[in-house]
Each structure stands twice: as C-alpha cells, then as structure tokens.
Design a protein around this ligand. Structure first.
Ligand code: HEC
Ligand code: HEC
Length: 259
C-alpha cells in the first residue's frame, strides 16, 4: 500500500523541526463532507439518493416493533423518537452510571434490549443494530455536537487523547500524524480529512454498506499495520469519545456518505 507508506515517510521526515502539533482550533474544524467531491456530496444531501436512509427506515420499523420476552417496543417507552431522541446522539458516548464508564450509542441500545426488552444483544455491525443507531442518530441531524461535556467523562476523554497521540503499528504512525498534521494533503489522489466523526453510522462507498465509527477506526488501525482493538473495548470507546469531543461545535450529519 504505497499510500500509507508515503504518509509514513512524510510523517517521519516531519519529526525533526517539531512543529507544535496542536488541536485544530474550533473555527478551523471541518467535516469530512467538505473534503468530498460534488457527486458524493449530492448523494448525502438528497435523502432519496442517500443509501443510509434505507437503514433509517428499517430502524423506524424496528423502533415500533415489540421485541424480547418483555414484549415491549422502543416506542412503548420512548414514544415519538423525533422528540425523545432529538439531540441524544450528539452527546454520545455518554457516561453510564450503572457501569461507571462511557458507553457508545450502540452499547446504550443494547442495554435497553437487555434490561428493558429482555431481548438478545444485537451483534456489532449487524443490520438491525446499524438500523436502530442510524434511526436514533438521524433524529440529531443538524444538531451541534456536545459529546464529552459531562465532567465524569474527563479521564476517559484523556485516555482517548493519549491513544490518538500514540504511534503504533509497523508504520509507527499516530492518528494525529495524519488527521491533525496532514489533513488537506492529497496522497495517491485521496484527501486526508480531519477525522471529525459527524455522520456515523454512515454509508461508505468502499464498504457498499452502512458502518459504525468503530469499524472506521479499526480500518485506520489496520492501515498502519497495528492490531485493531475489538468492538466495544474500553480503548475503542475512549477513542470514539475523544473524537466526538474533538468535533464539538460541528453539526450532526447522520447518516452521512463517505468515499
Ligand atoms: C421498558 C422501557 C424501555 C424500552 C422498551 C426501551 N428503552 Fe431505551 N431507555 C429506557 C430507560 C428507562 C432509559 C434511561 C436509562 C436507563 O435507566 O436504563 C433509556 C435510555 C435510552 C437511551 C439513552 C437516552 C439518553 O438520553 O441518553 C437510548 C438511546 C435508548 N434508550 C434507546 C432505546 C432503543 C433504540 C430501544 C429499542 C431497541 C429502547 N431504548 C427500548 C427504557 C426503555
Ligand atoms: C496514514 C494516515 C492515517 C492514520 C495514521 C490514521 N488515519 Fe484515519 N483516515 C485516513 C484516511 C486516508 C481516511 C479516509 C479519508 C479521510 O476521512 O481522512 C481516514 C478516515 C478516518 C476517519 C473518518 C472521517 C469521516 O469523515 O468519516 C476517522 C474518524 C479516522 N480516520 C480516525 C482515525 C484514528 C482514530 C486513527 C488512529 C487510531 C487514524 N484515523 C489513523 C488516514 C489515516
């Protein structure tokens, strides 16, 4: 993979004069949307062309369906998602008191399945879990991201930040080397973005399906030839939390489309 090696070489060459690699200032934060070509933007903007909307429709049906031995639907407790779920995804991952740690939206939905519906857990990246999280996240479209504001999350945001800055894998690259230091550069024709997770779960053309933020992070880890954390591990949740707190101030776009 020439592309990743080229970045590795660029990042190593850039270590000598040690420009202070800082966080991207709030007013310079840009969604991956702004890096895309007009065709992919149009696909995201038009609900009839955005393949992610099919998952949202599936999620809407699941929301109303009685499930598990409790025979309860999400709607039986939460009512109209347009009001009860508005803004919820914009502050996830959120601190879960009972577990004393942050949980992702996917994990929160599975907590409701287990505790409130007495239903089986939905596997990560399964169609039903993606559909439900797309439906819930869609209720926050246009709402400003505020994840990480809860003071109880502080140590977990810090853990995610450490992971973001740590070099890893055979290519010895940290997330920050590409997404803070080299965004806007084009290598092998593909733009590197700031890694602002505004639109998850999103439809990725390369995947030909909807996928979670965790799936995206795992492919970046594999890209630098590092061992990717498993779905739902504290490390992956901390990284997700840091990224969402890093993107505060930008509006939610779920379900977005990305190349
Ligand atoms: C029997 C009632 C019940 C059912 C059914 C239920 N939930 Fe919940 N849900 C709750 C309660 C109560 C909470 C608050 C946290 C807690 O006490 O578990 C909650 C919390 C949530 C939250 C977090 C809201 C926030 O503000 O952070 C989400 C998202 C959610 N539920 C989604 C769902 C989805 C999706 C389903 C269906 C798959 C579902 N719930 C089914 C009762 C329910
Ligand atoms: C060698 C460079 C490189 C490294 C290192 C890297 N990535 Fe990426 N990442 C990419 C490329 C290329 C893409 C696809 C285009 C884009 O969105 O930047 C991407 C995409 C992303 C996206 C999706 C952005 C969107 O708009 O949906 C996120 C989030 C992300 N990376 C996070 C990370 C994290 C976290 C790490 C560290 C574990 C990491 N990346 C390491 C190159 C890299």
């Amino acid at each position: 993979m020439n592309f990743w090696h080229a970045i590795a070489a660029a990042a190593l060459a850039a270590t000598a004069p040690a420009l202070l690699a800082g966080e991207i200032p709030t007013d310079a934060r840009r969604s991956g949307y702004t890096f895309m070509g007009p065709d992919t933007r149009a696909m995201q903007d038009d609900d009839t062309a955005n393949p992610g909307m099919l998952f949202v429709l599936d999620g809407e049906a699941l929301w109303a369906k009685k499930t598990g031995s409790a025979e309860k639907a999400c709607a039986d407790c939460h009512g109209d998602a347009a009001t009860s779920m508005k803004g919820v995804a914009a502050r996830y991952p959120a601190f879960e008191k009972a577990l004393a740690r942050p949980v992702t939206l996917d994990q929160r939905i599975n907590l409701c399945r287990a505790n409130h519906q007495q239903a089986t857990l939905l596997p990560y990246e399964s169609r039903d879990l993606l559909a439900l999280s797309a439906f819930v996240a869609h209720q926050s479209r246009g709402i400003t991201i505020t994840a990480g504001d809860d003071p109880q999350l502080k140590p977990f945001v810090a853990q995610g930040h450490d992971l973001f800055m740590r070099r890893e894998g055979q290519l010895n690259l940290a997330c920050t080397n590409c997404h803070d230091d080299n965004f806007d550069k084009r290598l092998a024709g593909a733009p590197i973005t700031q890694a602002q997770p505004t639109g998850y779960p999103l439809y990725r053309l390369e995947w030909q399906t909807l996928g979670s933020l965790e799936r995206r992070l795992r492919s970046c880890m594999t890209g630098v030839r590092a061992q990717a954390y498993d779905y739902g591990t504290p490390e992956l949740v901390a990284l997700e939390l840091y990224l969402m707190s890093r993107t505060r101030g930008l509006p939610m776009e779920a379900p977005a489309v990305r190349p």
